[in-house]
Design a protein around this ligand. Structure first.
Ligand code: KG4
Ligand code: ZN
Length: 338
């Protein structure tokens, strides 16, 4: 089935064509330079830019897929939530309008399920169950994936998301927005053991949820070091160590709890997904830990980790094939939980 996917939940306007679980095109128009000066995504600006970009991006997806035109499309999928409500509405309206005009089957999907499901575009035979580590700018959670649309929440952040920790850290260090990729790059030459940042200790006796995460203390620790003037000068080896130490304090709990989740569930397959899964240190440490534990690790390629519409089209194709449809009254679900 030739499926058009549309994604506008945050600050990327994206459209893609997937056919038979294979990506035929994936177009992402980033709004990074629009929001950069503000140090974060400005919802109203995001909606307006989505509105300008959505039709050209959809057209580009059709062209790059080598389709003769929009009439070749057989199904439509769109991110219905969670995300910024005004941003979601733009993609939803475009997708629903197109599906209605062409009388095509249409389905709204969950953004996080799309992130986790992206791996099937590269590993079609993976199957279920798997433990999913979802690490993005807005969300950080661990799930037991038992089937399409069947997820059990194992743990989640009680405050900031991992990507948010990267972004806020980069902002405090004056490194620009979004910060994850910048910190990843700057940390590469550094020694992650020289500068120690705090890790939150969750679980007994402080709480019953050992698979939860917390990153707000890390942010506070960094702010205090900035205020005390303890940040080494840029472009020095000491700065690389500093940034590597900060990154390690985010990466280590993610790896630790993902491994614990595989032990707790007895499931020997781990999928990491979302923008932060693009982080090279996280990928390397997960690979090490999984090799040690005998757990099979699956992480999508970089372009399928950060927000994109191929993951939406891929999941949409799976749902449409299973007979699931959404009505044209499907509304944005900004707080939808997986
Ligand atoms: O999944 P995503 O593209 O959007 C959301 O659904 O939130 O994730 C965006 C997040 C941002 O916080 C960004 O800083 C982070 O992913 N990110 C990274 C890297 N690339 C993107 N974080 C760490 N290292 C990276 N290489
Ligand atoms: Zn995302």
């Amino acid at each position: 089935m030739i499926v058009l996917g549309v994604e506008t939940s945050c600050d990327e306007t994206a459209a893609a064509i997937v056919e038979g679980g294979r990506v035929r095109s994936s177009v992402v128009a980033s709004q990074v330079e629009l929001h950069g000066p503000w140090g974060g995504v400005v919802p109203e600006l995001a909606s307006r830019r989505h509105l300008e970009a959505i039709l050209p991006v959809m057209r580009a997806a059709v062209e790059r897929a080598g389709l003769p035109g929009f009439e070749a499309i057989e199904g439509v999928a769109v991110t219905q939530g969670p995300g910024l409500v005004g941003a979601l509405l733009v993609g939803l309206a475009a997708a629903k309008g197109f599906a209605y005009a062409r009388r095509l089957p249409f389905v709204g999907v969950h953004h996080h399920e799309a992130h986790l499901h992206a791996i099937y575009l590269e590993e079609p035979d993976l199957g279920y169950p798997f433990v999913g580590l979802l690490v993005s700018g807005g969300h950080t959670s661990l799930h037991l994936a038992e089937g399409l649309g069947r997820y059990r929440l194992l743990g989640r952040t009680v405050d900031d998301a991992a990507g948010e920790a990267f972004d806020k850290g980069a902002k405090l260090l004056g490194l620009g927005y979004p910060g994850g990729a910048v910190i990843d790059r700057l940390a590469k030459g550094g020694d992650p053991t020289r500068v120690r940042f705090p890790r939150a200790r969750l679980g007994p006796p402080s709480g019953p949820e050992p698979l939860d995460f917390s990153f707000s203390g890390l942010k506070t620790a960094l702010r205090q070091r900035v205020e005390r003037g303890e940040v080494p000068a840029r472009d020095t080896p000491a700065f690389a160590d500093f940034v590597a130490g900060f990154q390690e304090a985010i990466v280590e709990p993610l790896v630790d709890k993902a491994i614990r989740a595989t032990r707790a569930t007895g499931v020997r397959r781990l999928v990491a997904a979302g923008g932060v899964a693009a982080n090279s240190r996280l990928r390397a440490r997960l690979a090490e830990a999984c090799a040690r534990e005998g757990v099979a690790l699956y992480i999508p390629s970089f372009h399928l980790c950060t927000d994109n519409a191929a993951m939406v089209a891929g999941l949409g194709e799976a749902y449409l094939a299973a007979g699931r449809r959404s009505g044209l009254d499907a509304d944005a679900r900004p707080d939808w939980r997986l």
